[in-house]
Design a protein around this ligand. Sequence first.
Ligand code: ATP
Ligand code: MG
Length: 397
Amino acid sequence: MKRFKQASSVIKTLTENGFEAYFVGGSVRDSIIGRPIGDIDIATSALPEDVMRLFPRHVPVGIEHGTVIVLHEDIPYEVTTFRTEGDYEDFRRPTSVQFVRSLDEDLQRRDFTMNAIAMKETGEIVDLFGGQEAIVKKEIATVGNPVDRFQEDALRMMRGIRFVSTLGFTLEEGTKQAIIEYGHLLEHIAIERIAVEFEKLLVGTHCAKALQLLVETKLYEHLPYLQMCGDFISKAAEHDWSFFKNDIEAWAFFLYCVREEHPSVFLRQWKFSNKKIKEIVSVLLYVKAREKQEWDACLLYKAGKDVAVMAERVYEGIMNTYLHSNVEHIGKVYDDLPICNRQQLQVSGNDLLSWSKEQAGPWVANVLQKIEEEVVYGRLKNEKECIKEWLHRCNLL
Ligand code: ATP
Ligand code: MG
């Protein structure tokens, strides 16, 4: 595969200098499955200082965890020293790690068998825990005893269910039972780490299946601020989530489904960025507006094209109609709007002041808004002379 070929020179540099190095994790898993691969991760016996020495173009992102980002032909690769995770405290990922000599120990610390497969630069596979067999069976099983592995790091339970969503696989029975029994340990996990996995779940191809599993295993009871939402999440799982195009739409739809009355508070508690919160809340606002009326020029103008299209898709989801044509229609109507923002208006506050004998004051903004509305609705031409004449006719000057 082209991507691995490109990355192979990173591995070669390491092996030619006497170190071991392998492709590991998600990229190996996805290439075996035959789905598009994401980032390519490399595991090596070289210590971070060796990696930094061998690759002058690097970013030391997490040296204490053994990770250095190496840039090769402008593509970043996460190169991580073989490690175990020492002692786990409080059901959380440890803060300290121990570097180890062998690949075997490194693979053993990984969460699921399908994620614990290594691949040499030649394409030769190292699969110590039956990862390939699990992929054939479409099964998500922990490396070793699930109870132990979830006690070490409870986030793995959330990861298991998000892989159900992204891959459409099924949880191996023992792994599922352990989630049912030890779900409460998720309460020890930082909300930021949960949020990353939960978002991947929401945008996954098999989201509905994963949501159903969240309810079935009762893991949702240990998700921040969703403890009471089992029935709503079940209902949400009946929808076709593949209709949504991005994380913003998926979050807006999810928050609508769980009837969150204060989405911005929820999202702030889940530690999302202000920018993202603003986008999701704004989409939800226009979903509410859309429930009361059809899109007209004014509503579209206020929302802006991107928000309107996202809000329509969420609305289509709520109504169970999923009409692509309605979404496309909005795009066309928006493109036909006479203006898209106030800057495109052919008169400014200064024009109004120069035409009027009145002093500056709040009236300027009010009149501009009236003009804007007339122009947006297509009742008034966006031309200076027409606008001036209209103002006189309406006694607004
Ligand atoms: P994706 O393609 O969705 O990113 P991924 O498998 O690459 O999936 P990452 O979160 O990028 O998932 O993690 C990379 C690898 O690191 C995993 O494949 C797994 O081997 C290991 N890993 C990640 N998180 C954990 C964890 N909490 N416990 C054990 N191993 C983990
Ligand atoms: Mg990854």
